[in-house]
Design a protein around this ligand. Structure first.
Ligand code: PLP
Length: 406
């Protein structure tokens, strides 16, 4: 049974007024709210356990280590990784992609190629541009069509022995478009021995993830977009690859032995976790995984898809409203503009007065905005706790904005 009120009751923050109106939080693609169980896990760590991990012989240190490793195993199951040590804690998707692009430096040489797409977040563009600068490799960008759908014939054309990296998101944060990752990975495997990296920042909160079925080499996501605290994230990497590639940061925790004659590195996952980790946050990701599994992936998907369909149907009844990626297979996001209203933040401000939180602007995806020749969009994005009534409030707000700004 999917009981939306019961779910909402687990998110105290939702039960408040903003600008005198009940909060309607539709900025989940930027960050989700956190259920009480996640906050309690985080709090409990600091009130009852707080100690550094892996080093101490004392009881609290052992407890901290056990809880963090338990969370790692929950995440392993959550993404169906083969081994728990393939799960590396990071501070988010951005750090994950930067880590990967850094450790791949010596794998690339001049004129090798890195394939990304038009649909990427800046954090899946800029680290690759930086890697190109370091190595002389070239970036190739899969175009999209008017619906925000990737034109995969270009992938076929781009793929060759020169392709060393293919890095794409599973779901676009700006449009909510779902990319056909399995098709992309099988095409890539057939034509090259490129490393395949999936940016799962917008898919992990919504779908069941199976990194083995996806056949990717790396999969990265952010904890804070899937009900866990900020400053948390996960990098999955295949064992053989993580064992082969060099470390990212050097420091404590990541060494086996350290002397002035030389240092040997720790095994996985610690090789990639230099320094004191965000123990409380990492434990809380495990609580977020528990929350998602208690609600059930299928319930989450069904509910969020129903919200999206309902929102889209109602919004399209507003004359002059354009949804970007309208005809594409999407999840969790509706991104739109009103005809004649060039500044999306004007709409966002009126919605805010009505208690509705949406994101406006370029959503860290300027190439997508350039493609549509716009400065930004109004983006409403959904989580499991959103209701149909909240969509009604959004739609009323957009109608009001249209009247006020037209
Ligand atoms: C949010 C997001 C990122 C960046 O995540 P951070 O948590 O800010 O590091 C990368 N890619 C996509 C698709 C995102 O939605």
């Amino acid at each position: 049974m999917f009981d939306i009120q019961e779910i909402r009751s687990q998110f105290s923050i939702l039960n408040q007024e903003v600008n005198g109106k009940p909060l309607v939080y539709l900025d989940n693609a930027a960050t989700s709210q956190k259920p009480n169980s996640v906050l309690e896990a985080y709090n409990r760590y600091y009130t009852e356990i707080n100690a550094n991990v892996h080093r101490g012989i004392h009881t609290l240190s052992q407890l901290a280590t056990e809880e963090m490793e338990l969370s790692r195993r929950k995440i392993q199951k959550f993404i169906n990784a083969e081994h728990d040590f393939e799960v590396i804690f990071t501070k988010g998707t951005t750090e994950g992609i930067n880590l990967i692009s850094y450790i791949l430096t010596s794998e690339l040489k001049k004129d090798d190629e890195i394939i990304i797409s038009y649909l990427e977040h800046h954090s899946n563009i800029v680290p690759w541009q930086m890697l190109c600068e370091r190595t002389g490799a070239k970036l190739r960008v899969i175009p999209m069509d008017e619906n925000g759908v990737l034109q995969l014939e270009y992938l076929d054309e781009f793929l060759s022995e020169k392709t060393k990296v293919v890095s794409l998101n599973q779901v676009s944060n700006a449009l909510g478009v779902v990319n056909p990752i399995s098709e992309i990975t099988s095409k890539t495997r057939a034509a090259s021995d490129a490393y395949i990296i999936i940016d799962g920042a917008q898919s992990a909160p919504h779908f069941k993830i199976d990194v083995q079925a996806l056949d990717c080499d790396f999969f990265v996501f952010s904890g804070h977009k899937m009900y866990a605290p900020m400053g948390t994230g996960v990098l999955y990497g295949k064992r053989e690859i993580l064992e082969k590639l060099p470390p990212f940061q050097g420091g404590g925790e990541m060494i086996a032995t350290c002397s002035f004659d030389g240092t040997t590195y720790a095994g996985l996952p610690f090789k990639y976790e230099a320094g004191t980790p965000n123990v409380g946050g990492n434990i809380a990701i495990g609580a977020a995984v528990d929350f998602i599994e208690r609600v059930g992936h299928e319930n989450i998907q069904n509910h969020e898809n129903a919200l999206l369909e309902y929102a889209q149907r109602q919004l399209l009844e507003i004359e002059g409203l354009k949804i970007y990626g309208e005809k594409a297979h999407r999840t969790g996001v509706v991104s739109f503009n009103l005809e004649g209203i060039g500044i999306s933040s004007d709409v966002g401000m009126i919605l805010d007065k009505m208690g509705v939180a949406v994101r406006t602007g370029h959503h860290c995806t300027q190439p997508i905005m350039d493609f549509f020749d716009i400065a930004g969009t109004v983006r409403a994005s959904f989580a499991v706790y959103n209701t149909f009534n909240e969509i009604d409030v959004l739609v009323e707000g957009v109608k009001k904005a249209k009247r006020m700004l037209a």
